[in-house]
Write a protein that binds this ligand. Structure first.
Ligand code: GLU
Length: 307
C-alpha cells in the first residue's frame, strides 16, 4: 500500500494526486452506474429502523442521475435487517438476535425484502421513476440459461428507463449458491451489465493503509491506479467497521471484479447521500479504483473458482 501512495518521494505522491484529480474529472461522462447501499447506511444505528430521510435523499440522487440520462442500477442490502425489525415489533420475535439460525434469517429476508421494495417504490414514485425488483444468487450467473434470462431482463428494464433494484435472493439461496455479501454482488452486476462506474456506499470512508481504528498512523488512500496482489492481501487484515456482511476484504474483491471488467469503482461514506452526485461530478470523495480491463477475466470462471 505504501508503495502505491507514498514511496518514490514527494514527486510521485504529487503525481498520483494530480492523476487522481484528473481521472475523477472524467467520471461525469460515465453512462451506466451501479450504486450499492449497505444495510447500515439505510438504518438508524440506535433503533435499527429505516432511516427515511436517508432513503429519500438516496432515491432523489438516483432519480436525478436517471433524469440526466444515465442508466442507474441500485443494489440494496437491508432485507434481513428490516425483516428482523418488523418481527421484533410484532412481539413475535423479541428474542431475534443478529446471529440467529439461517432459517430465521431467510424468513426475515422474505419479510424485509417486500417491505424494503414497498418503501423504495413509494419514494421512486414520488420522483416520477419506475423501479423494479431483481433477485438473484451465484447460481443465476453460473447457469447459462438463467444468466441469459437475467441479462435480458436487465437490458429490457434499462431500455424502458426503469431503475432495477437488486438484492441476493436470500430466502432461497442456500450457502452453496449464496454470494453472501452485496459488495461482490454489486460488482458482479456491474460486470454483467458492462457498467462504467460502481459506487459502494458504506459506513467507512474508503481504503486506509491499515485499520485506522487500531493504527493511528494509517493513511487514507484516495486513488488506486492498479489493484495489485499486495493490496489484495493487505485487505485481509483490514476489516473496516461496517455492520453488514461486507468489510474491506469484500470491497477489495468487488474492486477486483469491477476494475478487471473495465468498470471504475468508488468506495465512499454514505453519511450524506448527496455524495452520489458529487462523486459523479468528479469531487474527490472516498477511494477510487481505476478501471483496468483484463481481457482474460471471465466472471463465470471467477465464480466457479470461489467453489
Ligand atoms: N442480502 C442481504 C440483505 O439484504 C445483505 C447482504 C450484505 O450485508 O451485503 O439482508
Amino acid at each position: 500500500m505504501q508503495d502505491i501512495q507514498n514511496t518514490g518521494g514527494a514527486d510521485k505522491g504529487t503525481d498520483l494526486k494530480e492523476q487522481n484529480l484528473d481521472y475523477r474529472r472524467q467520471l461525469s461522462s460515465r453512462q451506466r452506474i451501479v450504486v450499492k447501499v449497505g444495510s447500515s447506511s439505510l438504518l438508524h444505528s440506535a433503533t435499527r429502523r429505516l432511516d427515511y430521510h436517508k432513503i429519500d435523499v438516496l432515491v432523489r440522487e438516483l432519480s436525478d442521475l436517471k433524469n440526466r440520462g444515465k442508466d442507474v442500477i441500485l443494489v440494496s442490502s437491508g432485507a434481513t435487517a428490516v425483516g428482523r425489525e418488523v418481527l421484533r415489533r410484532t412481539g413475535a420475535g423479541n428474542e431475534l438476535a443478529e446471529d440467529s439460525p439461517i432459517t430465521v434469517k431467510q424468513a426475515c429476508a422474505a419479510i424485509g425484502q417486500a417491505r424494503l421494495m414497498m418503501t423504495y417504490q413509494r419514494f421512486f414514485t414520488d420522483y416520477n421513476q419506475i423501479s423494479a425488483q431483481v433477485l438473484m444468487d451465484k447460481n443465476t450467473i453460473r447457469e447459462p440459461l438463467s444468466k441469459y434470462n437475467l441479462c435480458n431482463t436487465f437490458n429490457e428494464l434499462l431500455k424502458f428507463d426503469v431503475i432495477p433494484i437488486v438484492n441476493e435472493n436470500d430466502s432461497v439461496a442456500t450457502w452453496e449458491f449464496s454470494i453472501g455479501d452485496n459488495d461482490n454482488l454489486s460488482a458482479m452486476v456491474a460486470s454483467l451489465l458492462d457498467a462504467d462506474l460502481l459506487i459502494l456506499l458504506s459506513d467507512v470512508d474508503g481504503l486506509y493503509t491499515d485499520d485506522p481504528h487500531i493504527n493511528p498512523d494509517a493513511e487514507f488512500i484516495e486513488y488506486v491506479p492498479v489493484l495489485d496482489d499486495h493490496l489484495l492481501s493487505m485487505a485481509k487484515q483490514t476489516t473496516g467497521s461496517e455492520s453488514g456482511t461486507g468489510g474491506m476484504s469484500t470491497k477489495l474483491q468487488a474492486a477486483m471484479i469491477a476494475t478487471q471488467s473495465g468498470c471504475d469503482m468508488v468506495i465512499v461514506n454514505s453519511r450524506h447521500m448527496k455524495v452520489i452526485h458529487e462523486v459523479v461530478q468528479g469531487r474527490n470523495h472516498g477511494t477510487i479504483f481505476r478501471a483496468d480491463p483484463n481481457p482474460s477475466f471471465d466472471l463465470q470462471d471467477y465464480i466457479e473458482s470461489l467453489g
